[in-house]
Design a protein around this ligand. Structure first.
Ligand SMILES: NC(=O)c1ccc[n+]([C@@H]2O[C@H](COP(=O)([O-])OP(=O)(O)OC[C@H]3O[C@@H](n4cnc5c(N)ncnc54)[C@H](OP(=O)(O)O)[C@@H]3O)[C@@H](O)[C@H]2O)c1
Length: 414
């Protein structure tokens, strides 16, 4: 508990002394000033903590498409997906996304860089980038099929990137993008909720004390929903502090029994999985459009174990059967939800953060030299918010962006 820190929004400091004019990006796709290699944590094979390797010799990603930006990473954060991907989870589907025509050899994804969140500074832009310029402070969730943020530099499309909230430090900002994109995908796309229709809706969040849960509670409260959560007893203070209306301690007896005596719910966001759906479906209001949305689906496990075609078919069949059974027997919707890259959505989250409506919840932070220890922390479970890695000192990030800007100005003068 001592480690838990609810970070105040108002302690963020503006690190930029120089505001760069946003007059469109430059027409260059690489910068002569930059060194060719960077520092990163990579894996060369799937496995447990021993496979993480620090290197100074990984090539700096280049801008290959006109809509891409190159970002100098200041801070990254870890998600359960990073631990799972380190062990090979999702490799079948993710490799298809990385190499749709299968022209590369097996294991071409290595060396693979993990890390799904970043906060940092734009240092270079493709010729068609319109929203960002070098020097802009940004945050983003890195799609799992792309090289991750446990590295000095990351390349993303401008659609995947958003302006970082001004009120947050990079460490604080790095705790939010991946869980925000995931929670919004689940609550909006699968759960049918939004700012306009959530007032007094009854929402249950299981596993509410982790990354997705702590963000979702706050978002739903800004939308006026009534939020009930399940978590361990020692997380009650945290979730109530974030706005949860009712808290059920799942370690104190049968959680389903405790929830059954409450009024039924409009939406359930399940962050736990397992047998949760067996008792959760009965907690929804019947025949009123109520939805159960789980973030724990067997899709990637199926494709890993059965291959792409069989695995996808099996997952599709499972989803179809459960959805059909629940809508016909109880009049409730059964849905799976997934993270989806979405910079414009992060823009909206950024505004909520700067308005003081959403707080970053950073449980632990590690220096870049201690990425294996950060993974160990995550593997112990019992998250209370997010684990963040400080990738670079603020002055390193400022210097990198300013030297890029100097090159840019020199190029423009000639
Ligand atoms: N489908 C997708 O695209 C997607 C995207 C993001 C996340 N996810 C999945 O969604 C889940 C949540 O993600 P996250 O980032 O929030 O994970 P997390 O940060 O590890 O949080 C999980 C939380 O659940 C609590 N918990 C564990 N068992 C519980 C139970 N039976 N009842 C209530 N609470 C329980 C844990 O604390 P205690 O153990 O101390 O209670 C922890 O606080 C993970 O399984 C993750 O893999 C899926």
């Amino acid at each position: 508990m001592a480690l838990i820190r609810l970070l105040c929004l108002f302690n963020g400091k503006t690190v930029w002394s120089k505001t760069l004019a946003r007059t469109g990006c430059r027409n260059v796709c690489s910068s002569p000033s930059r060194l060719q290699s960077m520092s990163a944590w990579v894996i060369d094979q799937y496995g447990s903590s021993g496979v993480l390797r620090h290197t100074e010799e990984i090539a700096i990603p280049s801008i290959n498409f006109a809509n891409e930006v190159l970002i100098k990473v200041s801070a990254a954060s870890l998600n359960p997906l990073d631990v799972n991907m380190r062990g090979g989870y999702g490799a079948t589907l993710l490799n298809l996304r990385r190499d749709p025509l299968s022209v590369m050899s097996s294991f071409s994804e290595f060396p693979l860089i993990l890390g799904r969140d970043l906060s940092g500074v734009v240092v270079d832009c493709g010729s068609e980038v319109t929203h960002f310029a070098p020097g802009d402070e940004v945050w983003a969730a890195v799609p799992p099929w792309k090289q991750g943020s446990l590295a000095e530099y990351v390349t993303l499309t401008e659609y995947e990137v958003s302006y970082k909230p001004k009120s947050l430090s990079h460490i604080e900002a790095a705790s939010i993008p991946y869980v925000a994109n995931t929670a919004l995908s689940a609550l909006v796309n699968a759960g049918g909720l939004c700012r306009e229709n959530s007032l007094n809706k009854r929402v249950l969040i299981t596993g509410a004390s982790g990354g997705v849960g702590t963000f979702s509670i706050q978002l739903l409260k800004t939308w006026g929903a009534h939020v009930t959560v399940t978590c361990s007893q020692n997380a009650e203070g945290l979730v109530r502090g974030l706005g949860a209306d009712e808290v059920v301690d799942y370690t104190a007896g049968d959680v389903a029994e405790q929830l059954e005596i409450m009024e039924k719910f409009d939406v359930i966001l399940d962050n736990v999985g397992g047998d949760t759906e067996e008792w959760a479906m009965g907690l929804l209001k019947p025949w009123s459009g109520a939805k159960y949305v789980t973030l724990v689906s067997p899709l990637l496990l199926n494709t890993d174990s059965m291959g792409l075609l069989d695995g996808t078919l099996r997952a599709g069949l499972t989803l179809h059967n459960k959805a059909f059974q629940n809508i016909t027997s109880a009049g409730v919707f059964y849905r799976w939800a997934f993270y989806a890259p979405d910079g414009p959505t992060l823009d909206e989250v950024s505004q909520l953060v700067d308005a003081g409506k959403i707080l970053p919840v950073v449980e632990a932070q590690f220096p870049f030299t201690q990425v294996p220890q950060a993974f160990q922390k995550l593997e112990q479970g019992h998250a209370r918010g997010k684990t963040v890695v400080k990738v670079a000192e603020d002055d390193e990030v400022i210097n990198a962006a300013e030297s890029e800007q100097d090159v840019h100005e020199t190029l423009q003068q000639h």
